[in-house]
Write a protein that binds this ligand. Structure first.
Ligand SMILES: [Zn+2]
Length: 263
């Protein structure tokens, strides 16, 4: 039907532009339409209709909003594969860009849609990050190497074929930091991991241009975490002691109270 065809085409243009607008790395923002709430809702609605999110929601009676659910159950309800599932041990296939640009965009679109669902059910301070290996491979695009990270100041950033580059020399003192980490695939607990505070990633733009980007602080931790996932690894594969989220929250609250009292 021509009308629906036209609408679908229009949505594709909007999604392409929005995808470009929310893809922070190496994307020229000039000339793109502003990312309005309406555009975001359009993207989400379309993605929800035919992605694991929509499917899982239909199957699981919208349980992600149920406050009685464990955090891991909330994440499972929006379509995120949970620890223990062999799917998490997969290794992502590299994209051939620009030939695979449609697959790359499609994977990104789904990841951001699912990531937005995660943001609705959990108040992230930093993140979330998400990658194709954490979703059920309901379509081919989700087998490829794509990851997204959300930060409050920059929104969603996407990397295609990210590969941590450890060959670039870093100056000065130790850049490692032991800090708390969580995973959408293991969200009932938190653990401390030792990560680089500055990381470099080689990746490829949709037009096939290779690029290297650096990330520091919380971003470095998030991208290192996603890089592990794309290689079939989650942070508990390291020598990490985890604690239940209730214990973690109580401890953080006590720390904040102590800081307020200046102790
Ligand atoms: Zn994770």
């Amino acid at each position: 039907m021509p009308l629906i065809h036209t609408f679908a085409e229009a949505m594709r243009v909007i999604i392409d532009r929005l995808t470009a607008a929310v893809t922070g790395i190496g994307t020229q923002r000039g000339g793109l339409p502003p990312v309005t709430g309406e555009l975001r809702d359009g993207l989400r609605a379309r993605a929800l209709a035919d992605t694991p999110v929509g499917f899982v929601r239909e199957q699981h009676l919208r349980t992600d909003q149920d406050p009685e659910l464990l955090p891991s159950q909330q994440m499972a309800a929006i379509g995120i594969v949970q620890r223990g599932d062999p799917l998490l041990s997969r290794t992502a296939r590299p994209l051939r860009l620009p030939e695979d640009a449609d697959k790359a965009r499609r994977a990104e679109e789904i990841l951001i849609a699912v990531g937005e669902e995660a943001r609705k059910v959990h108040p992230f301070k930093e993140g979330p990050g998400l990658n194709t290996m954490q979703l059920h491979p309901t379509e081919e695009a989700l087998e490829y190497s794509v990851a997204v990270v959300y930060m409050p100041d920059t929104g969603w950033t996407t990397l295609y074929n990210p590969k941590m580059n450890n060959d670039i020399p870093r100056s000065g003192e130790s850049t490692r930091k032991l800090d708390w980490e969580g995973c959408l695939s293991f969200f009932d607990e938190r653990g401390k991991t030792d990560r680089d505070e500055l990381v470099y990633f080689d990746h490829v733009l949709l037009d096939g241009t290779p690029q290297t980007s650096s990330f520091s602080g919380a971003r470095a931790r998030l991208w290192a975490h996603e890089w592990d996932h794309l290689n079939g690894k989650i942070y508990t594969d390291y020598d990490v002691v985890t604690i239940p989220i209730a214990e973690y929250r109580a401890m953080r609250a006590a720390e904040a109270a102590a800081r307020e009292q200046g102790t």
